[in-house]
Design a protein around this ligand. Structure first.
Ligand code: DC
Length: 206
């Protein structure tokens, strides 16, 4: 058993947009007392800051992640576009790595955590679901937050981000060879969280 409080303990959660990474990541972090970082917010903030994306990535500050406009579909598309720029990705590596190895344990969710940011993570999950299921979930989320959109638009957004995130040359979205793939298409939130918690317990103990 590894003691997260003394040595650091990293749970890497990767996967496509709206697969449930954030929900699972927050629940796993709460269950084990780990800190949680939604790394998509870094790319969303860089996209939203405007101007030169490399300069934005170099001067990003944790308070930038609290901007209220980062959850929209537009912010997601802008994030996916700046995320193809190798210099943007490079500028964000150190922050993510030091978060991952903080004492007490950390959960990071994103696209390249288990492959590039933290290949030595103690637990790696690749959380996925069909594009249709993910679009439906994101559609409900956006409507619930008062955004005026329709399911077809959300599905097109999910598909175009999937394609850009998976096909880019630098750090493409891909499951690490040693990741546990969790397809949540037919799982409830509770079932998905239970599967993720069980995967952590195998390595860390209860
Ligand atoms: O997880 P998200 O939907 O908030 O991510 C927004 C975009 O940021 C996503 O389409 C691709 C990019 N991203 C990335 O390239 N690498 C990460 N680790 C996290 C997000």
């Amino acid at each position: 058993m590894t003691d997260g409080a003394q040595t650091g303990f990293t749970v890497a959660i990767d996967g496509p947009a709206a697969a449930g990474k954030g929900t699972i990541g927050r629940a796993v972090a709460a269950r084990f007392g780990f800190a949680h970082l939604d790394t998509g917010l870094l790319y969303r903030a860089v996209g939203a800051m405007g101007g030169d994306p490399v300069a934005a990535a170099l001067r990003i500050d944790p308070t930038d992640l609290e901007r209220p406009d980062l959850r929209t579909a537009e912010a997601g598309q802008a994030a996916s576009r700046v995320a193809v720029i190798p210099e943007v990705r490079a500028a964000l590596v150190a922050f993510q790595r030091s978060f991952a190895r903080r004492p007490g344990g950390a959960v990071l969710d994103g696209r390249d955590i288990g492959t590039v940011i933290c290949p030595e993570a103690e637990v790696k999950l690749f959380v996925t679901a069909s594009p249709e299921v993910r679009a439906e979930r994101r559609f409900k989320e956006l409507r619930g937050a008062g955004h005026d959109t329709d399911l077809a638009t959300v599905l097109a957004d999910v598909r175009s981000r999937d394609a850009r995130d998976a096909d880019r040359a630098t750090a493409p979205m891909i499951a690490a060879a040693d990741a546990l793939v969790l397809d949540t298409s037919r799982m409830s939130v509770d079932q998905a969280v239970a599967a993720a918690v069980a995967a952590v317990q195998v390595v860390r103990g209860a």
